[in-house]
Design a binder for this molecule. Sequence first.
Ligand SMILES: *Cc1c(COP(=O)(O)O)cnc(C)c1O
Length: 359
Amino acid sequence: MSAVPPLREDLRGFDGYRSARREAATGRSWLNANESPWASPADPDGRLRRYPDPQPAVLRDMLAAHLGCRPGELLLTRGSDEAIDLLVRGFCSPDRDAVLVTPPVFGMYAVSARLQGARLLEVPLSDGADDFRVDLDRVVDVALDGGARLVFLCSPGNPAGGVIDPDRLEEVALRLAGTALLVVDEAYIEFADAPSVLVRERPANLAVLRTLSKAHALAGARVGALVADPGVIGFLRHCQAPYPVPDPCARLAVRALSPESLRALQARTDDLRRERARLRDALATMPCVRRVYPSQANFLLVRFTDADAADAALRSAGIVVRDMRPMPQLGDALRITIGTAQENDAVVQALQSVGEDRA
Ligand SMILES: *Cc1c(COP(=O)(O)O)cnc(C)c1O
């Protein structure tokens, strides 16, 4: 039995849309895709006249080299949001198969499950003395009992920022082999002390989501990637929209992976980690702050004695943070993205006056 869980039975043999680009071999005159024979005035050199490569090879090879996987194990996606959606659509039959999530957590896993009609299994994080924790034994039990095809774990986690030990991730995958795919969302891994699970040998049913939206500072370009078993990648390619990566975005992403860009990235993430520590220390001593979670990502989850007042004070200073109060277990919490040093100072300053008049 393969370690990779079964793909949707009703899609067995499904080949997706055969785009002109997929069929094209070689030729001098390409008249197979109803493209324009002239260049757009907006694009005088005509680079965008043609449909792009569905999986731009230069970008795919560079990203695979950067991440430490083989090109055949990598699928380029329109942000990791698309990868999440593809996984759910490819693995979960509506009304039958389930997706397991660990709330409070990034909301797109549940959104994609809902849209697909997949059942949602929840194993809430427990709020321990030092951090939010995932009960991994319970994750495995609930996944096996509940017919989960996908288990999403986020490391570093959004919204708390904690990481999960890679040894434990591997163990979870091994226990789920043949029944579920463990998907580790590493959207924030560049900010963490721990290395990616991609630096090690991994079970065939362990998949990883990466993105250029966070540390690489290209959220607007919508470039993400799924790293998984080549069989999974091959199948999901057929489920994907025909041209997921626009050509200008692929070009930008290639530049973002140049050695110079990666050196700059390293310097920037080092700075950000220093800022994260500085903001955390400043917040931790404030009377209006109940608790700051230890974060390995580019944000801090903060509990306030009066989150309404804190949110209002930040807003009146023109600072918008993420209100976490609608989320389970987070009725008094805001999530603050680490900004520039000046922006972080402004956060501290805005919160300085909160609660003073009530003392
Ligand atoms: C921001 C974020 C993403 C989304 O990334 P895109 O590549 O921009 O779609 C994925 N996972 C988590 C946990 C995130 O916080």
